[in-house]
Design a protein around this ligand. Structure first.
Ligand SMILES: [Zn+2]
Length: 560
């Protein structure tokens, strides 16, 4: 017995619960328990000890590995054990009808077959290995799948908790729907054409195929092979690194992969409840809310409302929720969750979607969950169409600029976004309102632009950024300078050029729009002065760009 017990067991049911728990911990290093807490709400220290799975009123359901259970016992709280669901290996399976769970090898074959049968739309990517050496797989679905296009990147990922298997099969079915529906179903075609869609059906393969010599799912568990909860294993914006123990292989692979993806929108599928859970999980809403909480609530409602139209009475609408959605911490607070990691550290927007009260349900019910959720699963991806989209480029070269895009007075807690360094493309998802967006990048003048956002519409905003005054290297012979700034009476320049030729002097706005040709002159190489009349009726800050055989030279200029 690896557990040291120092609890008094007065009641017989307590004795029974303890024996059940210890037996499960011995055979599978994981136990699910239910217990009552004194007041409503979850005492903070409990989520540091156990992996909380659900909270309803005073009742808490949680998972524990041996170490966590040992700590829980010191609290001396009565509990009962929820036995794990075990299903025998099915004699016949109907994968084609989506009412069976695939074996691990069937899963690998399906993922490969998606790519093989739709090579123009689908690419299979291995993001890494689990602790137990199983593959962590993603498919990318997009038209021109081999190219990096300027499209919003969206990500679905399921089953970080190995015994939450509904989302696993729903993700496989969604992949199939996107691939086979392309060219036939207008909504699917539009999604594949205009988005870069990534789907990871199984984030914790070791948990799902736990204790399975046959390779079938018969005895899944929540944790990975090292007995860690992967959804408590990410850096946390409030408590910092490693709140749930050392980073696991699965977490490291997921972090590295998501960091390169830079999805603007994502979701993470679970079971044990039926609700859409939006950030933050770590901060109570009385302490901090996401600046775009209104937007999170609206997309959460869109998901749940559509489910309510097609699901049975009460599905995804628990009484304690707001019509099927909840703030994460308002339900119960966790640390180290992926949703907060993505939303805070990767500047993404991730929600946690709980698909079923029952974990590892009878596979015959899987088509029902698909029917309840399939429209919402497609519609949720469409959210990436909306908000503000555009390109940030260098005003003179047209090269992409990796800019930070911030809404002053609104953004905080990682809610700002960045444009892509490869193509300058950015997406900022926002609720309907008028916003002031500020674009900043090293070496460029900041740009502030007002923009109007409407619900379910895309606002296009391209931004050309003007370089700040070109730095003049010490040994450079290429230099233009204003003799006085702001200039009085005339624009007077001194210069030093290494190449003679035609030089053009053009004024640009700070947003990169050329507004006034000031002059065009032939200059001999060497030093000199020159003068132009002040442009009439122009006041404010501009950028003067001098272009000639030696390149562009820019400087900020203030006209009174
Ligand atoms: Zn879960």
């Amino acid at each position: 017995m690896l557990l040291v017990l120092n609890v008094r067991m007065s009641a017989q049911d307590r004795d029974t619960s303890l024996r059940q728990a210890l037996s499960l911990l011995e055979t599978r290093n994981e136990v699910c328990i239910e217990f009552e807490v004194p007041g409503p709400g979850l005492p903070e220290h409990l989520s540091g000890i156990l992996s909380i799975d659900a909270v309803k009123g005073n009742s808490v359901r949680a998972y524990a590995n041996p170490q966590q259970f040992r700590e829980f016992l010191t609290l001396d709280l009565p509990f009962r054990v929820i036995p794990p669901v075990i299903r025998p290996v099915p004699e016949t399976k109907s994968l084609a009808a989506w009412e069976s769970y695939p074996s691990y090898s069937e899963y690998l074959d399906m993922m490969q077959a998606f790519e093989t049968s739709h090579p123009n739309l689908c690419r299979l990517v291995k993001a890494g290995k689990s602790v137990g050496n199983r593959d962590i797989l993603f498919v990318k679905i997009s038209d021109h799948v081999e190219e990096k296009e300027a499209e919003p990147v969206v990500l679905y990922s399921s089953t970080m908790h190995g015994n939450e298997t509904v989302g696993y099969v729903l993700m496989l079915r969604l992949i199939d729907t996107l691939l086979t529906g392309y060219g036939h179903d207008p909504q699917v075609t539009a999604l594949v054409d205009s988005l870069e869609i990534w789907i990871n059906p199984l984030a914790n393969p070791d948990g799902t195929y736990y204790n399975s010599p046959s390779g079938e799912i018969t005895n899944p568990r929540r944790y990975n092979d090292n007995d860690f909860d992967l959804n408590r294993n990410f850096p946390d914006p409030r408590v910092g690194e490693n709140p749930g123990g050392p980073y696991q292989e699965e977490t490291l692979a997921m972090m590295a992969f998501m960091d390169t993806l830079k999805a603007c929108l994502s979701a993470n599928f679970h079971e044990g409840a039926e609700v859409v859970n939006y950030p933050w999980d770590t901060w109570y809403p009385s302490v901090k809310v996401h600046p775009d909480q209104l937007w999170f609530q609206s997309i959460g409602h869109e998901y749940a409302d559509t489910v309510h139209l097609y699901g049975p009475e009460g599905y995804m609408n628990p009484s304690w929720s707001d019509n099927g959605i909840t703030n994460g911490a308002e339900w119960y607070s966790i640390t180290g969750g992926r949703q907060d990691y993505v939303t805070y550290f990767l500047h993404g927007r991730e929600v946690t979607i709980e698909l079923s009260n029952t974990k590892f349900p009878d596979p015959a019910t899987l088509p029902l969950y698909w029917e309840y959720n399939r429209r919402s699963l497609l519609n949720y991806l469409e959210q990436a169409y909306f908000g503000v989209h555009g390109f940030v480029t260098d005003a003179f070269t047209g090269d992409p600029v990796a800019a930070q895009i911030t809404i002053p007075g609104h953004d905080s807690l990682g809610s700002h976004v960045f444009s892509d360094s490869l193509n300058g493309f950015y997406v900022r998802l926002l609720p309907e309102d008028s916003w002031d967006m500020v674009f900043t990048a090293g070496g460029y003048e900041p740009v502030e632009i007002p923009v109007q956002v409407w619900n379910r519409q895309q606002t296009r905003l391209d931004v050309r950024m003007v370089p700040v005054q070109s730095p003049s290297p010490p040994d450079s012979t290429f230099f233009f300078g204003l003799v006085e700034n702001p200039p009085r009476g005339a624009l007077r320049f001194e210069y030093h050029i290494g190449k003679g030729g035609i030089y053009r002097f053009i004024l640009y706005t700070l947003t990169g729009r050329p507004v006034q040709m000031v002059g065009e002159v032939f200059l001999e190489n060497g030093e000199g002065d020159l003068e132009f009349p002040l442009p009439p009726d122009m006041t404010g800050m501009y950028v003067m760009v001098v272009s000639g055989p030696e390149g562009n030279f820019s400087m900020k200029i203030f006209l009174k």
